[in-house]
Design a protein around this ligand. Sequence first.
Ligand code: ADP
Ligand code: UDP
Length: 241
Amino acid sequence: MEKREHLYEGKAKVMFATDDPNLYIQYFKDDATAFNGVKKGTITEKGVVNNLVASKLMTILEAVGIPVHLVRRLNDREQLVRKVQIIPVEVVIRNVAAGSMSRRLGIPEGQPLSRPVIEYYYKADSLDDPLIVRDHALVFGWATEAELAWIESTCLRINDVLIGFFANIGIRLVDYKLEFGRLAEDPGKVVLADEISPDTCRLWDWTTGEKLDKDRFRRDLGGVVEAYREVARRMGLAIES
Ligand code: ADP
Ligand code: UDP
């Protein structure tokens, strides 16, 4: 498998083509952005840690039968993934009130939710990824009813697995964002794509409540990469540098 042209550079990753039309290489950068690109920074080694954490989480989900885009981790910063057409709806799963939900609804951060809440956001940088309702996704053709039904039930399965996995290593899975896509080679099949990492999750130490995620960057708390490394360490992952 050979790496080919640079296709798309996003805020945290770069996508490369390969000599296989159905496979991409996903490269993890150290760049960090928040508030839709308004706040920018570089976090040394973040890409290495996120590549490790995201690979491990995708592998765990695959092992319980969730279809994922990951083929394998290639090296420090790269993963081989299956090419998908990204469904332009970001799915946020919440177990505890925090972030925009707390701000929007006036619910104190840290208040547990009686059941997981699924929110949809339209993936459109020019509009700052607005919160949408399910009907918007359907009526504007961003996803079909069958896809949304599958995504919702799959998100609840993913959530059960991830809550348990993180609880076991003393971490509270507060909320996180998932992206799904239609396989290039079989568009009727939807898989979990993109990444799950401390960039896309809120992870709180179970006993102290210490934030081990991107809120350290968003809120200028310092110790960003140290917190990401702590998540990797508890996951049993060794960082080679
Ligand atoms: P952003 O576009 O939000 O700045 P990234 O820097 O993370 O995001 O860039 C990765 C881009 O690649 C995202 O737009 C994501 O939706 C997309 N993507 C993730 N996985 C795949 C995949 N398997 N095939 C095609 N595109 C993907
Ligand atoms: N999230 C993400 N990418 C986005 C928006 C949100 O990964 O473009 C994640 C974020 O890290 C958090 C969850 O989704 O774990 C919910 O984010 P929220 O809506 O609370 O937004 P924020 O407070 O980050 O503005």
